[in-house]
Ligand binder design. Structure first.
Ligand code: UDP
Length: 453
């Protein structure tokens, strides 16, 4: 830590792996700049406080049942969390503010930084006269564009003719109509009210922080600044400053690193669908055969509980497991950033969560996109059609398609061109987070801004 600046920040992450990682990284950044850090968190998916002895952790009761936490409907989960956490969070924050005024420590609380998914925190912060900034764990263009979803639903976007499935969607570029259909299909009307509130609370905040940069989100950043008229910070992919390993909720299986050491340069396809995506048993089998038939080595993350109807992979036929073990390695959770950095990795078959997407870009690893929900579809369009640093499977989870995509990416000249473009993008983003780069400057502004409260 730099010399303490006498200020404390209160952080409140949303309890999902993809939101906890950037928040803890931001905590590490602010701590290194002299701020003391208190993290308020839910009981569900509580970060491991023992990994961060320099921060204060305070747990609030979220009243989620076992069944609630196993729910795959993220919208429902967010609605429940917002309802259940409001009162315990208010009590916790109020006590903290009181003790900062009367306690011996005499440390001023400068602001609250919470995930934009919390919609009750802005009115609460207003009532306590505390500045609040929102951290947004998606790409800027998704954040800005997703507020149009209620309007698209009202205009009765469904059903879609076959001939228009690939048409672009002007209001939410670079989605295609079929992507929006999937988005609207999976989200219920409860989401519309939630999004409207989220828009208002974001607009009323003292600022927005994105883990993106001008080089990845230039137009959307300009548009967000114009529309929101509040300070906007794009501080870059935060894992470039501090690794996310310490905030991993699951134990990372390190045995994949010595396994990767034995593989040839850029030969391995890394397969992972993040912390939330569930897959069906038939999808699992198609993926397994696609990977085996590609004849390339593969490192495959299959989370416990992610295969519908199974505990893990106990139902995989024995003969298939033998073939898998000849060419590949399956782990329950990987040290992803270390894996993507490894010289043996040649491509990443991914769900395109925002963290995974930028982690891949920062290591120059081209992708095969298999998005499932929410912002993943938009990230996949950027990867495959705007930056052209990956291939898109267009949801065809079939062994031949998977085999073909892996061969195109790892063995053919098309893959070389993709890799070259990825190298350029990696360099651009790398320059942005280095001293005097745009993301670096934005972080400096953020630190000055928070210090000024
Ligand atoms: N991750 C990991 N090990 C794994 C798979 C994922 O540490 O085996 C990390 C990954 O590095 C990323 C986060 O989990 O930081 C996943 O976030 P993302 O936004 O990509 O996807 P989500 O889990 O939110 O769908």
């Amino acid at each position: 830590m730099e010399k303490s600046n006498g200020l404390r920040v209160i952080l409140f992450p949303s309890p999902l792996q993809g939101c906890i990682n950037p928040m803890i990284q931001l905590a590490k950044i602010l701590y290194s700049r002299g701020f003391s850090v208190t993290v308020i968190h839910t009981r569900f998916n509580a970060p491991k406080s023992s990994n961060h002895p320099l921060f204060n952790f305070l747990e609030i009761e979220d009243s989620l049942s076992e069944a609630d936490t196993r729910n795959h409907d993220i919208n429902l989960m967010l609605t429940l969390l917002n309802q259940r956490c409001e009162s315990p969070f208010r009590d916790c924050l109020t006590k903290l503010l009181q003790s900062s005024e009367t306690g011996e420590e005499k440390q001023r609380i400068s602001c609250l930084i919470d995930d934009s998914q919390w919609i009750f925190t802005q009115p609460l912060a207003n009532s306590l006269n505390l500045p609040r900034l929102a951290l947004i764990a998606t790409k800027v263009s998704f954040f800005l564009g997703h507020f149009v979803l209620p309007k698209l639903r009202r205009e009765r976007y469904l059903p879609l003719q076959d001939s228009e499935r690939d048409d672009p969607v002007e209001e939410f570029w670079p989605h295609r109509k079929k992507d929006i259909n999937r988005l609207l299909d999976e989200e219920s009307e409860i989401l519309d009210e939630y999004l409207n509130q989220n828009y208002e609370t974001s607009k009323a905040s003292s600022g927005l922080i994105f883990m993106s940069c001008e080089e990845l989100d230039q137009d959307s950043l300009a548009q967000t600044r114009k529309e929101f008229q509040i300070p906007i910070f794009a501080i870059g992919p935060s894992h470039t400053r501090f690794s996310a390993s310490s905030s991993s909720l699951l134990t990372q299986d390190e045995t994949c690193i010595p396994w990767l050491d034995q593989q040839e340069d850029k030969s391995v396809i890394y397969v992972s669908f993040g912390s939330l995506v569930p897959i069906s048993e038939s999808e699992l089998l198609e993926m397994a055969w696609g990977l085996i038939n590609s004849d390339q080595p593969f490192l495959w993350v299959i989370r416990v509980g992610s295969v519908n109807g199974s505990k893990w992979i106990e139902d995989m036929p024995e003969e298939l497991m033998e073939r898998i073990n000849k060419k590949g390695k399956i782990v329950k959770w990987a040290p992803q950033q270390e894996v993507l950095k490894h010289r043996a990795i040649g491509g990443y078959l991914t769900h395109n969560g925002w963290n995974s997407t930028v982690e891949s870009i920062c290591e120059g690893v081209p992708m095969i996109c298999l998005p499932y929900f929410w912002d993943q579809m938009l990230n996949a369009r950027f990867v495959s059609e705007v930056w052209r640093v990956g291939l898109h499977l267009e949801n065809r989870i079939e062994r031949n398609e998977i085999e073909r995509a892996i061969k195109r990416l790892l063995l053919e000249t098309e893959g070389e061109a993709i890799r070259e473009r990825m190298e350029l993008l990696k360099e651009k983003v790398g320059r942005s987070v280095k001293e005097n780069g745009l993301a670096y400057q934005s972080l400096e502004h953020l630190v000055d801004y928070i210090s000024s409260f």
